[in-house]
Design a protein around this ligand. Structure first.
Ligand code: SF4
Length: 422
């Protein structure tokens, strides 16, 4: 069922996060553009001799903007401009292209927007405050099929549904933790991981409403003195499973793979499994499809350390990322594969460890001994591109992996091993 009534769009209220498009064309080169049927019909009704190939492609049951062999959208011209935009104006561009880097999902009475960090202008927080984008985003949202109304019944613990106030208390308390720059980033991450572990042990059924908010405050504040001790090294199994989690974030599908029916095929699954095993073992060359420009071994990746001169920049970026994810409610419940709060929170802390692993990987690809801010920015782009968008990350087996890693101080140990600052 589709609706086109004006509904409110909730934007993440993060004053330090800004964005405007600076036409770098990264999104046109890396993403797969989905088309609605009316968009596909409009494009096909025009003549595009300059493209030299079909303007649209059908793959995996969806119509998509076609790609050039180098992976760029066929409509991207030599001046980095969109040919649809040039010929017919912005309003004729597909909604998927116009909406990027925002994602929206239906919530009661409106839409919840979240922001993607695989856009350089989002990473550098370059442009207008987010609230300035509300009007055009609302216009676009009205044209989207709303589908099934999502009733957010986020669980705090199994069989215990959180009230909106309790869920607000969680996002507000963890946001405050990451806004407070008086603690080092790694310390704040450790506090967050340890507080989540403590919440897992609490009988939350006995602590509801305001008392829940008070308990949360008490736990997070109390952790500050508890995390000065450096966590133990992760076990080989914890490290291996973290590497597998990083691998799962990097498995982006290309249009060519979709068209070849290769994605989801038995051969593909077999190859994926082989590479996932290699990530678990963590020996020899990293078998990664992501273009890092080199072929380091797992052992080399683990020797890379942060560049001390970029601590401040990295701390600001990662804190802003976490706050924006919390504010956009893309951490748990309907915003994150319908996962319970604590599983979603642990997935968030562990995804930062994945950013730490990828930062080291990108530096190792260029034979550097230290990773730089640009490596962290690229790593965050890879991880965030997958989060909430790759169905594989929301499967039962991924949740089982997060639950396993959440045991035995796993998130704190891994955040320490793959620390982003010194
Ligand atoms: S990646 Fe971001 S800045 Fe670059 S063209 Fe796309 S939306 Fe604009």
């Amino acid at each position: 069922m589709t609706e086109s009534i004006a509904l409110n769009v909730l934007l993440p209220a993060v004053p330090e996060q800004r964005w405007s498009c600076h036409s770098c064309s990264d999104c046109c080169r890396t993403l797969v553009g989905h088309l609605f049927d009316n968009e596909r019909r409009f494009i096909q009704a025009q003549s595009w001799p300059e493209l030299g190939v079909e303007p649209v492609a059908f793959a995996h049951g969806r119509w998509l903007l076609n790609k050039r062999p180098d992976g760029a959208c066929v409509f991207l011209d030599d001046q980095n401009r969109c040919r649809i935009h040039t010929r017919f104006g912005e309003a004729r561009k597909p909604i998927a292209c116009r909406m990027f880097p925002f994602s929206i999902r239906p919530v009661t009475g409106g839409w919840q927007a979240s922001l993607r960090f695989d856009c350089p202008s989002v990473i550098s927080s370059n442009g207008e405050p987010l609230w300035r984008h509300k009007s055009w985003l609302s216009d676009l949202a009205q044209r989207l099929p709303r589908g099934r109304e999502m009733r957010d019944r986020t669980r705090l613990q199994s069989r215990l549904t959180g009230t909106p106030e309790e869920l607000d208390a969680i996002t507000a308390r963890f946001s405050r933790l990451f806004e407070d720059a008086s603690n080092l980033l790694d310390m704040r991450l450790r506090i967050a991981a340890k507080a989540t572990a403590t919440l897992r042990q609490a009988k939350l059924v006995n602590v509801r409403g305001n008392r829940f908010a008070e308990l949360l405050d008490l736990i997070v504040t109390g952790m500050a003195s508890d995390v000065t001790k450096i966590p133990d090294r992760p076990t080989p199994r914890q490290s291996g499973m973290l590497r597998q989690l990083a691998f799962a974030h990097a498995e982006h599908v290309t249009l060519q793979e979709l068209q070849a029916g290769w994605w989801g095929s038995a051969r593909k699954r077999f190859q994926q499994l082989r590479r996932a095993r290699a990530f678990l073992r963590g020996t020899r060359t990293v078998p990664l499809r992501t273009d890092g420009g080199g072929s380091p071994t797992f052992e080399t990746v683990d020797t890379i350390v942060p560049d001390t001169t970029t601590n401040k920049l990295v701390s600001e970026l990662i804190s802003r990322y976490i706050i924006t994810r919390l504010a956009g409610r893309s951490v748990f419940g309907a915003g994150y594969y319908d996962w319970p709060v604590l599983d979603g929170l642990d997935a968030l802390w562990l995804s930062i460890s994945c950013v730490g692993w990828f930062s080291r990987f990108f530096a190792a690809c260029r034979a550097r001994e230290r990773f730089e801010f640009s490596d962290v920015a690229k790593a965050l782009g890879v991880v965030d591109r997958a989060v909430t968008r790759l169905p594989a990350l929301g499967t039962r087996s991924e949740r089982a992996r997060i639950l396993y890693l959440a045991l035995d101080d796993g998130p704190a140990r891994l955040l320490n091993k793959y620390a982003l600052t010194t």
